[in-house]
Design a protein around this ligand. Structure first.
Ligand code: AMP
Length: 177
């Protein structure tokens, strides 16, 4: 794997384990010499994963739309910062540039990115694995909803082979080796 895109909250969340997981993931990505691609901000979980990766000597590429430059406080110390015209152009690049995506706890933006990535997989626009890091059960109810969608006949084939959940950064990193 050469590059992963990490989707996560622009806020830190309430459980300190979320930020710890973001830092641990950034560190591990750097140690594996994988390029980290993310939304380019310097706040919350997004800032934590990027800073941990940079601190460990990793390569970090941020992709941010013009309109969020100020609001998300773009990170000025990145290996590369790509500024896009729109949110859609940003998402396209975030998906295109990676070999796989990792989802840490986050809010509505993270969900939007997760579901767009899964939908594009379904439609065959790309075929990339999406790893959910379900820290302290944050995504339990989401995984349950996906199972309900499946049981009720609304899912397409193969989604389970592309969407894989782990309960910690270490279990995910061990599975990658
Ligand atoms: P959040 O999980 O809401 O903190 O957002 C995480 C990332 O998703 C941030 O980089 C946001 O800019 C981005 N984002 C927020 N809202 C949207 C949206 N409606 N569509 C696409 N991306 C979004």
């Amino acid at each position: 794997m050469n590059a992963v895109t990490v989707f996560c909250g622009s806020k830190p969340g309430n459980d300190p384990d979320y930020m710890k997981a973001a830092q641990e993931l950034g560190l591990q990505i750097a140690l594996k010499s994988i390029t980290l691609i993310y939304g380019g901000g310097n706040k919350g979980m997004m800032g934590a994963v990027a800073n941990a990766c940079l601190d460990a000597g990793g390569r970090v590429v941020g992709i941010i739309p013009k309109l969020l430059l100020e609001w998300e406080a773009q990170h000025n110390g990145l290996s590369e910062l790509i500024v896009t015209e729109s949110m859609h152009a940003r998402k396209l690049l975030l998906f295109d540039k990676c070999d796989a995506a990792i989802i840490l706890p986050g809010g509505m933006g993270t969900m939007d990115e997760l579901f767009e990535m899964l939908t594009w997989n379904n439609l065959g626009i790309h075929d990339k694995k999406v790893y959910i890091l379900n820290i302290n059960g944050y995504y339990d109810s989401l995984i349950q909803l996906l199972d309900t969608m499946d049981q009720q006949g609304f899912m397409y084939d193969a989604w389970k082979t592309r969407l894989i959940a782990f309960d910690s950064v270490s279990s995910f990193m061990n599975a990658l080796i």
